[in-house]
Design a protein around this ligand. Structure first.
Ligand SMILES: [Zn+2]
Length: 110
């Protein structure tokens, strides 16, 4: 099994310093979408690109400008999951998730 190293940086610190790994799945068909590092408390409304741990094609989008980011959709049923935008406050490329588009399961923490 692959071991993921969670990021510890100013973004994480700003959210209380703790993080969980979430398994994100399509709400409609249950297909796996991503492993995601969620920093701090609160609901999951957006996914910062720099916190996507897997799959590789999504994780590799880190560093790419928002204008070039694709929309996030389910590879199985094609349901649209989220749209890219720049989280202005931190200047981070982000996917805004449509409400109720995903299910989440906590599979790790640190
Ligand atoms: Zn789906």
């Amino acid at each position: 099994m692959k071991v993921f190293t969670l990021k510890r940086d100013k973004f994480r610190k700003a959210r209380g310093g703790y993080a969980r790994i979430l398994e994100i799945r399509c709400e409609k068909c249950g297909h796996f979408l991503a492993l995601y590092q969620k920093d701090g408390p609160g609901p999951l409304k957006r996914m910062y690109v720099d916190r996507i741990l897997a799959p590789e094609d999504l994780a590799n989008l880190r560093g790419i400008s928002v204008k070039k980011l694709p929309s996030l959709s389910c590879k199985h049923c094609r349901q649209l999951i989220g749209i890219p935008y720049l989280y202005q406050k931190e200047k981070r490329p982000t996917f805004r998730l449509f409400e109720g588009s995903v299910t989440k399961k906590i599979i790790g923490a640190s």
